[in-house]
Ligand binder design. Structure first.
Ligand code: ARG
Length: 491
């Protein structure tokens, strides 16, 4: 908003007394707020993002007021036409938001009264800004959940498609970022599909719990007017009205749940992003990002930098920061509403922007990347990655206890390391020196392909498993058409 903080506070205090009292609540005030008061108090600079939800809430409230006879049908018609026109003005950028009117609720209500007079002044009967903002914000978060959910589904589709393509392409699997056992690239990508599916589940749970309507709780105690809360809840697509008026106006746990779900999702995205950074580094060279998702260096002409992935990794900080910020605002607040809660919106808006951009960037990177399957295959067999397969062979064929087999294999690895060769390059005599029962058959499990093909246990990396999973998910996600809501999160 660019408040000029270079003004001395003395001069600000002077201007204050010359100001008019707030036209919405200033009945008992002789003068207006100081500029500093206005600057710290006003939320219009950011809560104007709630305009659609605010109008929707007011339309439902007015319809209900008319239905139960608290206002006349004519007043309701005037309110509806007035709010519709205001919505069109805001949409077209013709609406001038006023900081003196503090927030989106009073900006819209004041303009309505300007336009339609008396009827507009009846709209605030049997409600308060406290239940109004709680309703608007739930509606906004609900929409945000639906938007994010669709993006997550799209990223899952992209991952599953690439996984199907690479269901049989070996890559080194890591633990401690040390080569552990061969896996397929498809299997690795499908791991993220599972994570994102749980993220969708968390968003869907959040949506279910938030879908109760606070409208009609009024300031904190409910109202003496004979309102119909089920009607407003229904008109706004809520499952039911909230049960306790104090709780309704004073909790923001729905926003916190949303931010928690986003934070966990962002953590997943940052891990994917980090892997992309590693994979496209030249020593690894597992993938190449498209030009569309790469930047150059202003000094080193050879560089292709994965800036988008790095920024996805970094934006996690904003999202997690938003969660911590709102948790800190809410902790220790006595019931019911306190103005602290006005600080609930910016973290939610910021986290949503960051999540939306991060999901789009991941989607683009995954769709466009080229896998260097040769390089991955070459490294999949390095670092004695099939050592576990030798141990398993000793257990399966010679019935050696696993712990003993582990030791024998360890000695074989040491021998290979000493000679500077792969396990498959050790002669049968060298192997038998460690375990006389070993036969030629052991060489059949030493290849990367055999190792992968043998991992057929449920959830294992065998290509047949990966292919089945990748196809299953693509089918499930295709059925989950882009227009469906988070409620139908594919499981
Ligand atoms: N702008 C306020 C907010 O976002 C609206 C509610 C104001 N309520 C009040 N009692 N001052 O929290």
């Amino acid at each position: 908003m660019g408040h000029d903080m270079s003004l001395s506070s003395a001069s600000k205090t002077e201007t204050a007394s010359q100001k008019d009292a707030n036209m919405q609540w200033g009945g008992r005030f002789a003068g207006g707020p100081s500029e500093i008061m206005q600057a710290i108090n006003a939320s219009i600079s950011f809560d104007k993002a709630l305009w659609k939800q605010d109008i929707a809430g007011s339309l439902a409230h007015a319809a209900m007021l008319a239905h139960v006879g608290i206002i006349s049908k004519d007043d309701e018609t005037a309110i509806r036409n007035g709010l519709t026109a205001i919505g069109q003005d805001i949409e077209a950028g013709r609406f001038e938001f006023s900081e003196a009117l503090e927030d989106i609720h009073m900006n819209i209500e004041a303009r309505l009264s300007d336009r339609i007079g008396e009827a507009g002044k009846r709209l605030h009967t049997a409600r308060s800004r406290n239940d109004q903002v709680a309703t608007d914000f739930r509606l906004w978060v609900r929409d945000a959940i639906d938007g994010v959910d669709q993006q997550v589904a799209s990223l899952m589709r992209a991952l599953a498609r690439r996984a199907e393509e690479h269901a049989a392409d070996p890559m080194p699997g890591f633990t401690h970022l040390q080569t552990a056992q061969p896996v397929t690239f498809g299997h690795h990508l499908m791991a993220y599909v599972e994570m994102l599916a749980r993220d969708r589940g968390r968003l869907a749970d959040t949506r279910k719990r938030l879908n109760e309507c606070p409208l009609g709780s009024a300031a904190l105690a409910g109202t003496s007017f004979p309102i119909d809360r089920s009607m407003t809840a229904g008109l706004l697509g809520f499952d039911r009205p909230t049960a306790n008026s104090l709780d309704s106006v004073s909790d923001r746990d729905f926003a916190l749940e949303y931010l928690s779900a986003l934070s966990i999702m962002a953590m997943h995205l940052s891990r994917l992003a980090e892997e992309i950074v590693i994979w496209c580094s030249s020593p690894f060279s597992f993938i190449r990002l498209s030009d569309a998702f790469t930047t150059g260096s202003s000094i080193m002409p050879q560089k292709r930098n994965p800036d988008a992935a790095e920024l996805v990794r970094a934006k996690t900080g904003r999202i997690t920061g938003s969660l911590v910020s709102l948790l800190t605002v809410m902790k220790g607040l006595p019931l019911a509403y306190a103005k602290d809660m006005q600080e609930d919106k910016e973290p939610v808006f910021a986290a949503t922007d960051a999540a939306t951009l991060s999901l789009a960037a991941c989607d683009g990177m995954i769709r466009d990347m080229t896998a260097n399957t040769k390089q991955m295959r070459a490294l999949a067999g390095s670092g004695y990655s099939t050592a576990t397969d030798i141990a398993d062979w000793l257990v399966r064929v010679l019935k050696v206890p696993f712990r003993t087999a582990h030791h024998v294999t360890g000695r074989l690895v040491a021998k290979a390391e000493e000679k500077g060769v792969d396990l498959a390059d050790l002669s049968l005599a060298e192997m038998q020196a460690e375990e006389p029962g070993i036969t030629d058959d052991i060489y059949s499990v030493l290849t990367v392909e055999a190792s992968i093909a043998s991992r057929t246990s449920e959830g294992g990396t065998a290509s047949t498993n990966v292919l089945r999973e990748a196809r299953k998910w693509q089918e499930a996600l295709a059925a989950d058409a882009p227009s469906t809501s988070a409620n139908s999160a594919a499981q």
